[in-house]
Unconditional design. Structure first.
Length: 129
């Protein structure tokens, strides 16, 4: 991410241009469009192991899997990404962000997303402050 030193996102502010969401920087980090089908590639972590979870194309579906293998099941990417995006929308008023820019926005908002249990909606979010 291209955060300048001291850059931080103010909680509850908008990324849609109504107010500046970044302080202590001359300009906010640039949002980049992504063609990566895995929205949380660098943000999703396994709760029990505290290691990054990795994209894992399983049986023709997009899934994530623990890097240590503690979870024997693959978690559906679409469900986890949907829950995460909904939480981000509530936190930063993101209704106008187009899909190709969502990964970039989430990288600016989140430190990581932790999968607590083997359910795609049992997530813990660590937000940037």
């Amino acid at each position: 991410m291209n955060d300048g030193p001291g850059a931080r996102l103010l909680s509850g502010t908008s990324l849609c241009g109504r107010r500046a969401a970044w302080t202590n920087t001359a300009r906010p980090p640039r949002m980049a469009a992504s063609t990566d089908p895995y929205l949380l590639r660098t943000l999703l972590w396994c709760g029990p192991c505290d290691v990054p979870m990795h994209p894992h194309p399983g049986r023709g579906q997009r899934t994530y899997k623990c890097g240590q293998g503690c979870r024997r099941i693959e978690l559906p990417a679409e469900a986890i990404e949907s829950v995460t995006w909904t939480a981000a929308e509530r936190r930063a008023h993101l209704a106008a962000i187009r899909a190709p820019f969502r990964a970039s926005v989430l990288e600016q908002l989140l430190v990581k997303v932790v999968v607590v249990a083997d359910a795609p909606d049992d997530l813990s979010f660590i937000w940037r402050t």
